[in-house]
Ligand binder design. Structure first.
Ligand SMILES: [Zn+2]
Length: 98
């Protein structure tokens, strides 16, 4: 079932976003909105794909950009932690074979 995702640029350049998915309605992370911000259009079924670029042009300098930078930083940290964890697990496995 498709969800309606809206982006509205306010007169003070802040950006309001809405999505009708249950996750978003509960005020939680909604990948539908993130996908549009990141320019991922594969799952969009509406006829306004060209508006994704417009929304993306609103992001630089916005609070959303600041938050997205932090999301990326933490994603990178998690990826590094997972790599480190895998290496330590391998090390533990090798130690068990001694
Ligand atoms: Zn959503």
């Amino acid at each position: 079932m498709p969800y309606l995702v809206e982006f509205i640029r306010n007169s003070d350049s802040t950006i309001a976003t809405h999505c009708t998915c249950p996750t978003s309605q509960n005020g939680q992370y909604c990948h539908h909105r993130f996908n549009i911000i990141e320019g991922k259009t594969a799952d969009i079924v509406s006829e306004n794909l060209d508006e994704v670029e417009t929304v993306q042009s609103w992001i630089p300098g916005s609070e959303i950009e600041t938050a997205m930078v932090e999301v990326q930083r933490l994603d990178d940290e998690i990826a590094k932690a997972k790599e480190l964890l895998a290496a330590v697990k391998n090390e533990a496995t090798r130690a068990m074979m001694n």
